[in-house]
Structure formats: structure tokens, C-alpha cells
Design a protein around this ligand. Structure first.
Ligand code: ZN
Length: 498
């Protein structure tokens, strides 16, 4: 038994190393690689994926798991080894259904498609991206068929990001949110009159310095973290002591501050996973929605709150005296929370954000079910965007080409953003119960207790439990849209009254 456990850990450790090398290849592709590296990188990623997949589905892992089953059954449900054996079994069973050739082809096509998307977005040319998107969708549909029979093809894709969750559950939650959010937007979305101070120019060096200050204050540390530039910001860990954040700056706005807080939230989650889980499949966040609950907690629940800005606004004002010198804290706080119709999801305010996600969730289901052809996607996007948000999309760069997810084949990811927002408020309420003077701490720029509470109660668990079990343990129940809706309503009516 000890020998079997040792061999299993050895094998899973090597797979984790290879997955981190693969993540490094992706990070480099999105951060440093010149366009000329595209073909070589796509080939490398396909080769690496084939090697990793072959190791992941090795018969020997199944034999070891069989041998270790009685040992796992003798342990408490949340013991590290019991969780490791359970998660390894689930991963092994799932990956065995996917042919190695398909996994490799998805990796190759995804890398090519990402590069095509960067160029197509630059030129606002959907036509340039269309064949790549068609190829990615076709490959993803082949993947879905590996899991037949299924109730809903979208369930298969969602499971890669939100293990065990069903499309129906997401639909039910979103059906509760959408009319409420639409009503809030109708009531509160205003033209940004009086907010000219928000539109720059904001020189980029101070934006970078402020971004770095936020990351340090929230709990990042430069001996283990990096912040680099990319087209579509993301965060990725290569190990417990190597957390990579990416961001982007524009001198036209201060969105980079919110991007830094968002990606920092992802980084803190990975940084906080218990070191005892390193080099195992448990050494990561439990799901995409839980990950987003943390990025959006730090970006929004903390980063758009009045106590936070009481501490941070004087610094921002000092960095940009020409634009903000005469603007009061109250006006600035209102501007960063204003419900406002806009085209770009990542720049959206907290309230309209949900509508951007619901649009993508609906279109993805149509694509996957074969009710919508890729060729008709821009038109469908623009029509549905108008219904949901009330704006005419002027070009594909501001519409269907704005996100990188579909380019990389990440169909099924989008709903986790809104589920994460919902969860962020549930987690926040628990943190507040435990830390009654949180507002005073934030006003001092002190986030240590909050970071510690989140680390001890959520981050440290890593992927030991299923997403649903993790949520139950942290917030004491399932995903519930009501606290989130109450939070949005409360915030908007306070702003309207101020
Ligand atoms: Zn995120």
C-alpha cells in the first residue's frame, strides 16, 4: 500500500511538472512570444499535450488506484490522501474517454486559433478568425461525443470548469438574475455626465506603480510573483512560489487598477493552497467559479467599496493631480460604481457585467447545440446584445471578437464569471461575520486579516473537495443569487441617495 501510494504520488508529481511546463509555454505565448513563433509553438504544445495525456491515462494509474481504494475508504473524507485518490480517480476516468490524438489536436489548433484571434481582433475582422473558430468548435464537439450519452452537450463542456455542475442549474440561477439586473440597469444606468475626470490621460508609469502597490497590500510578494503585460489579462501559477499575473494599461482610463486587483485575487487563491498539496492535482483552485469568486471579491467587493477608496483614493489622486486633483472621493467612488451600458465585458461595471456573461452563455449553448452556425455568430451577438444591453455594436472588435476564450476552445467558461460574482458576495458575508471591523481595516489599507481568513477557510483547501462541497463548507449552503442581488440593490440605491 505504501509502495502504491508512493508510486502514485511520483507519477502525479511528474504529470503536475509537465502541466506546469505546458502552462509556462502558454504564458510565454501570450506574454513574450513574437508572432513568428506561432507554428513552432503550436507544434510544441501538441507534442507536450500528447506526452502528458498518455501519462495521465496510463493503465498503471488505474491499477494503483484500485489497490489504494481500501486505504482511501479507511480515511476521513477530507484527509489529503483520501482526496488525492478520489480526485485522481475522477481525472483518470474522465481523461481516459478522450483519445490522445484529439487532446493533442485541440492543443495545436488552440494555439493557432489564439494567434489568429489576436490579429483578427486588432483588425476587427471576424472573417479572419472564422475558420479557426469553426475548427475549435468542431474539435470541441468531437470531445463532447467522447462523453455520450449526456443530457445536454453543454454539461460536458461546463464540467471542465465547474466539475459536477449542470447546465440546468446555471440556467435556473441566471433566470433569477437576468430580469433583476435588467431592471437595475434600466433604473440606474446613466450617461457618464460629470465623469470626465475618469477619461484620462493617465500616464502609465504611475498606473503600474499603483497596481504593484495594490498587489503587495493584498498579500502578493515579489519574491514569488511577477506582473507582465498581455492582450487579455490572466493569472497562472507555475508552483507555490511562482505566481504570474498579467495586465494591460491604457492612458485613457484607470481600468488597470481593477485588472490588477482581479488577477491578484486569482493569484492569492493559488498562492494560498496548502503546501502539503504541492505537485498533486489538488494543488489548484477548486473550480473556475470559486476562482472568479476570489478575483471578483478583491476587484469589486473590496476594490469598489467606500472604505477601500478612503484609503486608496488619496494615492491615486496624488498620482494624477491634473485629472483628479479637484475630484472628491464621493464623486470618484460613484464613478467607479456607476451602472453604465458599454460594449466590453472586462471594462463593465459590476451591475451590467452579468448581462455580458448571460449573452455569451446563451450563444455558447446555441453553438454547441448546432442551432447557430459560426458564420452567423456576429449577427446573433449584435442582435442579442442590443436586446440585453440596449446598444448597437459598431464593429466586431467591440463585439464578438473581444474575448480570447473561444479562440482557445474554452466553451463553458463564461458562466463561471457570473457564478463567481454571486459567490463572491456569499463568501464576503462569511468573512464579515468573522471579522466585524473589516471596514476599519480596509480604511487603513490593512488587508492582512481578510487575506488570512480567506486563505485558511478557502484557499488552503485547494481542489481537495468538489466545487459544491467546497462552497458548502465555506458559505454553509449552495450557490444562492439572493445575497448578490441584495448587494447590487443596496449599493446602487446608496449611490443614488448620496
Ligand atoms: Zn478572472
Amino acid at each position: 500500500m505504501t509502495a502504491a501510494l508512493g508510486e502514485l504520488k511520483q507519477r502525479l508529481g511528474e504529470i503536475t511538472d509537465l502541466l506546469r511546463i505546458q502552462a509556462l509555454q502558454h504564458w510565454d505565448l501570450e506574454v513574450w512570444m513574437p508572432p513568428g513563433g506561432q507554428d513552432a509553438r503550436a507544434a510544441q504544445l501538441a507534442t507536450l499535450e500528447a506526452i502528458i495525456h498518455a501519462r495521465q491515462v496510463d493503465e498503471r494509474i488505474g491499477e494503483l488506484l484500485d489497490e489504494l481504494e481500501p486505504y482511501a475508504a479507511s480515511l476521513p473524507h477530507d484527509a489529503d490522501d483520501a482526496c488525492l485518490i478520489r480526485v485522481a480517480r475522477r481525472d483518470w476516468d474522465k481523461l481516459r474517454r478522450i483519445p490522445t490524438a484529439l487532446a493533442a489536436e485541440l492543443a495545436r489548433a488552440g494555439a493557432e486559433s489564439y494567434q489568429a484571434w489576436v490579429a483578427a481582433r486588432e483588425e476587427s475582422s471576424f472573417e479572419r478568425f472564422r475558420p479557426h473558430l469553426e475548427r475549435m468548435l468542431e474539435l470541441k464537439l468531437q470531445l463532447v461525443e467522447c462523453f455520450a450519452p449526456y443530457d445536454d452537450p453543454y454539461d460536458v463542456l461546463l464540467d471542465d470548469f465547474e466539475e459536477g455542475m449542470r447546465t440546468d442549474e446555471v440556467r435556473t440561477i441566471f433566470a433569477r438574475l437576468q430580469p433583476e439586473i435588467t431592471a437595475l440597469v434600466a433604473e440606474h444606468a446613466a450617461a457618464a455626465d460629470g465623469d470626465e475626470f475618469m477619461s484620462g490621460p493617465f500616464p502609465i508609469p504611475p498606473q503600474e506603480a499603483l497596481s504593484r502597490e495594490l498587489i503587495e497590500r493584498f498579500g502578493g510578494s515579489w519574491d514569488a510573483w511577477r506582473l507582465d503585460l498581455t492582450v487579455h489579462p490572466f493569472a497562472v501559477p507555475f508552483g507555490p512560489g511562482d505566481i504570474r499575473l498579467t495586465t494591460r494599461y491604457s492612458d485613457a482610463d484607470l481600468n488597470s487598477l481593477f485588472t490588477a486587483m482581479h488577477e491578484c485575487g486569482h493569484g492569492l487563491y493559488e498562492y494560498g493552497v496548502s503546501k502539503s498539496l504541492d505537485r498533486t492535482p489538488l494543488c489548484t483552485g477548486a473550480s473556475s467559479a470559486l476562482h472568479e469568486s476570489q478575483s471578483r471579491l478583491w476587484e469589486n467587493v473590496v476594490g469598489r467599496s467606500l472604505p477601500f477608496w478612503r484609503w486608496f483614493y488619496p494615492r491615486v489622486q496624488a498620482a494624477f493631480p491634473e485629472r483628479l486633483g479637484d475630484t472628491s472621493l464621493q464623486r470618484f467612488h460613484r464613478a467607479v460604481n456607476r451602472a453604465q451600458r458599454g460594449f466590453i465585458r472586462v471594462d463593465a461595471d459590476e451591475t451590467t457585467y452579468g448581462l455580458h456573461v448571460i449573452l455569451r452563455f446563451e450563444l455558447e449553448q446555441e453553438l454547441v447545440a448546432g442551432r447557430l452556425a459560426v458564420n452567423d455568430l456576429p449577427e446573433a451577438w449584435n442582435a442579442r446584445f442590443f436586446e440585453l444591453v440596449g446598444l448597437e455594436v459598431p464593429n466586431d472588435r467591440l463585439g464578438v471578437l473581444q474575448d480570447s476564450h473561444w479562440a482557445g476552445g474554452s466553451f463553458g467558461y463564461f458562466p463561471t464569471y457570473l457564478l463567481g460574482s454571486v459567490l463572491s458576495v456569499q463568501v464576503w458575508e462569511k468573512a464579515r461575520e468573522a471579522l466585524p471591523d473589516l471596514d476599519e481595516q480596509m480604511e487603513r489599507g490593512d488587508f492582512a486579516d481578510l487575506h488570512t481568513w480567506l486563505r485558511d477557510n478557502l484557499y488552503a483547501l485547494g481542489r481537495k473537495l468538489t466545487p459544491a462541497e467546497t462552497i458548502e463548507r465555506v458559505v454553509g449552503g449552495p450557490i444562492d443569487p439572493e445575497p448578490y442581488l441584495a448587494y447590487l440593490r443596496g449599493k446602487l440605491s446608496a449611490l443614488a441617495a448620496a
